[in-house]
Write a protein that binds this ligand. Structure first.
Ligand SMILES: Nc1nc2c(ncn2[C@@H]2O[C@H](COP(=O)(O)OP(=O)(O)O)[C@@H](O)[C@H]2O)c(=O)[nH]1
Ligand SMILES: [Mg+2]
Length: 176
């Protein structure tokens, strides 16, 4: 079984940092950059991390691939491909930016048909002095799990990953 999890959020929110830390925490992750050729012949890439797991059920092999949404220009070129096959989303909320600014990027998930996909919110950059209070972020995302994180210090990174993996697998069981 192949599962794909997209890390989405504002530029500089800490998406790539999450993948870098996961690679340190789980040595069996293989990281790579997926290169795509544009129509103009340029090469663009997205950050990708893949892990091979054995599930407890029936010894099935599980491949989990994590992706980050790239910046504006690359995103425009790759988003059709990216959003075509996504099993779960981690929205990395940048606690040092405004709610509105974060929500604007969050809304893109709806535009690309990902509003029904299992979702975990990561409130990142909790170490920043100017970080928004947690209760404000939790209220904005009422009904969703919000994980506190300092991705650059590796805090909350594994917790976020384990939670989205659980949500994705639970959704699969329900769907049969
Ligand atoms: N203070 C602080 N900085 C962070 C945190 N997480 C990531 N960063 C920094 O934010 C910058 C952007 O991170 P990056 O992962 O490249 O963001 P991306 O654009 O979402 O992929 C980098 O300089 C990171 O070191 C955090 O929890 N706290
Ligand atoms: Mg990045």
């Amino acid at each position: 079984m192949n599962l794909r999890v997209l890390y989405h959020g504002l530029g500089m929110a800490g998406k790539t940092t999450n993948l870098e830390k996961l690679r340190e925490i789980y040595p069996n992750f293989v990281s790579d950059r997926l290169h795509q050729q544009t129509s103009e012949g340029r090469t663009v890439y997205i950050d990708m991390l893949t892990m091979n797991l054995k599930t407890k059920l029936g010894n099935k092999e599980l491949n989990v691939s994590l992706f980050t949404t790239p910046g504006q220009e690359r995103f425009r070129l790759l988003r059709g491909w990216l959003f075509g096959h996504v099993d779960g989303v981690v929205f990395v909320f940048d606690s040092t930016r405004g709610v509105e600014e974060n929500l604007k990027v969050y809304q893109e998930l709806k535009d690309y048909g990902l509003s029904g996909v299992p979702l975990v919110i990561q409130a990142n950059k909790r170490d920043a002095e100017c970080a928004l209070p947690m209760d404000v972020i939790e209220e904005v995302f009422a009904g969703h799990r919000v994980v506190e994180a300092i991705a650059s210090a590796g805090m909350g990174v594994a917790e976020t990953f384990r939670l989205i993996l659980k949500e994705v697998l639970d959704a699969r069981v329900v769907a049969g």
